[in-house]
Design a protein around this ligand. Structure first.
Ligand SMILES: C[S@@+](CC[C@H](N)C(=O)[O-])C[C@H]1O[C@@H](n2cnc3c(N)ncnc32)[C@H](O)[C@@H]1O
Length: 253
């Protein structure tokens, strides 16, 4: 049973679940303006490659066939913009995020790219989506699920709003499995990212949380089990960049 006093250790060790969301919201409030720049610096631009791999797997129609994408925890809309660039005229993306500051940055970007009719921004909690059942053709979530306090609830919601035949794709940090790279990654995560975060966003603490939450996220096999438990079928995952990131996939059939 979920309970508001239940604690979580996916980052912010041992804080009650309700408090975790407040802390996560503070993190993204604090970094929203410089979030995209920080992504580039932290990943040496690799986040672009990972997101493009996800969007290619999504494979939206290139013609005017209607295709509705829900990009959960979509922040400033990076995944939705990449999908829109690939897709045809029938494509529409809804970027849903709990943080209005991230959404504001994304909406301004949509306007400046003349994409505001294809990419819309909606405030909402991944644990309680305000969308009808069987509504979307696909649901993506990139680097978002580990920030959600009750992951299993968000996975069930993603399943609920997908049409039968719809695909769920999730990009998330994973566990590095290449000898040597694991030590470098650990050092980079704890010694480089927080000071870099302080320099770019003025906030080292938020980036310390992000690094801690990455370490505590379930291993890919365990996360695949959680996806299966939410009802998805044909669940699989693909390790990227030596396991720094994994792309998870499941279908509502
Ligand atoms: C690391 S950012 C990822 C943003 C975007 N998907 C990307 O890859 O650029 C994580 C996002 O998760 C959002 N988030 C955290 N908890 C959430 C929740 N319960 N429901 C919806 N979004 C949430 C944050 O506000 C933040 O924008």
């Amino acid at each position: 049973m979920d309970h508001p006093d239940q604690t979580t250790d996916f980052g912010f060790s041992d804080v009650p679940l309700g408090d975790k969301q407040t802390l996560v919201n503070d993190v993204f409030h604090s970094v929203a303006q410089r979030y995209d720049l920080m992504n580039d610096l932290m990943s040496a631009g690799l986040h672009r490659v990972w997101k493009d791999i996800m969007v290619n797997a999504l494979n939206p129609p290139r013609n005017d066939r209607p295709f509705a994408l829900l990009d959960l925890a979509g922040g400033t809309g990076d995944v939705a913009f990449r999908a829109a660039r690939l897709a045809g005229k029938g494509f529409a993306a809804t970027v849903c995020d709990i943080n209005p500051d991230m959404l504001r940055v994304g909406h301004l970007r949509a306007v400046s790219r003349h994409l505001e009719h294809q990419v819309s921004f909606v405030e909402g909690n991944a644990e309680a989506l305000a969308f009808p059942d069987r509504h979307f053709d696909a649901c993506t979530i990139a680097f978002g699920i580990r920030n959600v306090p009750r992951i299993e609830v968000a996975l069930r919601e993603a399943y609920r709003v997908l049409k039968p035949g719809g695909r769920f794709l999730c990009l998330e940090f994973s566990s590095v499995d290449v000898p040597g790279l694991d030590r470098f990654y650990e050092m980079f995560s704890f010694k480089v990212i927080p000071p870099l975060g302080r320099m770019v966003t003025g906030d080292a603490e938020s980036y310390r949380y992000l690094v801690e939450s990455i370490r505590k996220f379930p291993k890919p096999q365990a996360f695949s089990e959680m996806i299966r438990a939410a009802g998805f079928l044909r669940v699989s995952h693909q390790s990227l960049s030596g396991g720094i990131v994994a792309l998870h996939s499941g279908w509502r059939l």
